[in-house]
Design a protein around this ligand. Structure first.
Ligand code: IMP
Ligand code: MG
Length: 181
């Protein structure tokens, strides 16, 4: 596929949204210690920036969902990296890069709920509502907008572009049948 990258969310815009989210979350959890669960790989940059703007104490763990993303035949979330920590009785904040269909996240939320956290909320940098198929709403969202396929600031296209400091839309210049979904 031939494509170009068009910047849609600047470094400055992202920084403002991250600052706003950190303030809101820090206020909501005042007096508590948050367990932040970062969903790899995409959310690692967002989570690193968000955490450094918190004014509350937090501990961090990482989760990775298998590439086919969703559920295996037993109906459980298939996690690549998991279970070395307990969520029981903890105030848990799941940090995601982008919610699209909502399949990954709703499976993960169902799984974590069964493990008895004191509370469980979801924070995403981008809430792309275009293709949502699951009834899942993030509690905190940096940018709520319908958009195309995005890269940068942790988001990838075939593992590339995560390092870009802004977020770009992938704009096909050739055969549009190949637009990533
Ligand atoms: P969902 O299950 O459809 O919500 O997919 C969410 C996951 O797919 C995210 O955690 C991302 O890893 C990936 N994803 C969804 N949309 C995009 C995008 O526009 N760019 C890069 N990755 C995306
Ligand atoms: Mg992801």
């Amino acid at each position: 596929m031939d494509y170009t990258l068009r910047e849609i969310y600047s470094k400055e815009r992202i920084d403002r949204e991250v600052q706003r989210l950190a303030r809101e979350i820090s206020g909501d959890y005042e007096g508590k210690e948050l367990l932040v669960l970062v969903i790899l790989k995409g959310a690692f940059i967002f989570a690193a920036d968000l955490l450094r703007k918190f004014t509350i104490p937090a501990t961090v763990e990482f989760l990775e969902i298998s590439s086919y993303c969703g559920m295996d035949s037993t109906g459980k979330v298939k996690m690549v990296r998991d279970a070395r920590f307990s969520v029981q009785g903890r105030d848990v904040l799941l940090v995601e890069d982008i919610i699209d269909q909502g399949i990954c996240l709703s499976a993960l939320v169902q799984d974590l709920r069964q493990r008895n956290p004191a509370s469980l909320k979801v924070c995403t940098l981008i809430d792309n509502r275009k293709r949502r198929t699951q009834p899942i709403e993030p509690d905190y969202a940096g940018i709520r907008e319908v958009c195309g396929f995005l890269v940068g600031y942790g988001l990838d296209l075939d593992q590339r572009y995560r390092e870009l400091p802004a977020v770009y839309e992938v704009v096909p210049t050739g055969n549009s049948d190949d637009v990533p979904q």
